[in-house]
Ligand binder design. Structure first.
Ligand SMILES: [Cu+2]
Length: 305
């Protein structure tokens, strides 16, 4: 390929990427609108922990847009270094978070022991990973993830230093190759993972806080010595089937609060934005290993609301 052609292709790519970002922004509303409602800050919140994202849709009030649907929000933009990646067990991914001035953010406030949480999910809701990339001085984040062929979504969940609330930005990446789209598994109250059985208790109610308890057992015995993982006994990521609207929920109690038991039950308060099917991913740690249990759950109307 000669140099002018290369430049032409690159420019086309830029136009396509920019066009896609603008398209997403205008489809779901003006940039910044999602951050306007901040009911969570004002509401008394007796049972959530102090994390701004607890129990709320994407860290914002229940009436605002869910997080993770936009590549740019509140002036912050997720810039992925490559928007197509190879399949593999350890594929290197790099990205930056650009601030309102267009410069990469290098200062973050920790949320659950980390400056940034990266959730990577295949668009058909298979292949969930929750990892913690390394930040370089120039503001580039790098990590390895396992990718299979298909369309993937990357969620960066972070709080810029001094910003206050967590922000969740989402960007799509493509992994070339043939793949078989997976159907969403049917709703189920139990999942088996590595010899553990995790049971989901509770119902998702659209627009309203629902209590969910996830209980862990092994060999028929309740597990009562869960280990804190990133300052909590569990981390729950809830994704809406259809658009992957993102919700990151932390448990009602903290490991060092003197009342929260280390299992078998972990209680969360989650508010899903609408009726529909959701995929729940619970990260928990036991015997030094972090495992992920997965559930499909249905949020239905007609509960008197
Ligand atoms: Cu994390």
């Amino acid at each position: 390929m000669n140099a002018p052609t290369k430049i032409g292709v690159f420019a086309l790519g830029l136009v396509a990427a920019f066009g896609a970002a603008v398209g997403i922004g205008s489809a779901v509303g003006p940039i910044g609108a999602a951050g306007a409602a901040s009911e969570h800050d004002a509401a008394p919140d007796g049972h959530s922990d102090t994390d701004a994202s607890s129990g709320d849709v994407g860290g914002q009030g229940a009436d605002s847009f869910p997080g993770g649907l936009m590549v740019s929000e509140q002036g912050y933009t997720l810039a992925v270094s490559q928007d197509d990646l190879p399949a593999g067990e350890a594929v290197s991914v790099g990205f930056r978070v650009l601030g309102p001035d267009g410069e990469p953010i290098t200062e973050y406030d920790e949320t659950h022991d980390k400056d940034l949480h990266l959730i990577v999910v295949r668009r058909d809701l298979s292949g969930f990973q929750h990892v913690h990339p390394e930040l370089s001085d120039d503001g580039t984040w790098n990590t390895d993830v396992a990718l299979t062929a298909g369309e993937w979504r990357m969620f960066a969940d972070f709080a810029p230093a001094g910003h206050g609330d967590a922000i969740i930005l989402g960007a799509d990446v493509s992994v070339a190759g043939g793949y078989q789209p997976q159907t969403l598994p049917p709703a189920a109250a139990t999942d088996d993972v590595d010899g553990y059985v995790v049971t989901l208790d509770g119902e998702l109610i659209p627009g309203r806080e629902s209590e969910l308890t996830l209980s862990v057992s092994r060999d028929g015995q309740p597990v009562t010595d869960l280990q804190p993982y990133l300052a909590a006994y569990g981390h729950l990521v809830v994704l809406r089937d259809g658009d992957l609207a993102y919700l990151h929920v932390h448990p009602a109690g903290q490991p060092d609060d003197g009342v929260t038991e280390p299992g078998p039950g972990i209680t969360f308060y989650a508010t899903v934005p609408s009726v529909g099917e959701y995929r729940l991913f619970l990260d928990f740690q036991h015997d030094g290993v972090v495992r992920t249990a997965e559930f499909t759950a249905l949020a239905e109307g007609g509960h008197g609301g």
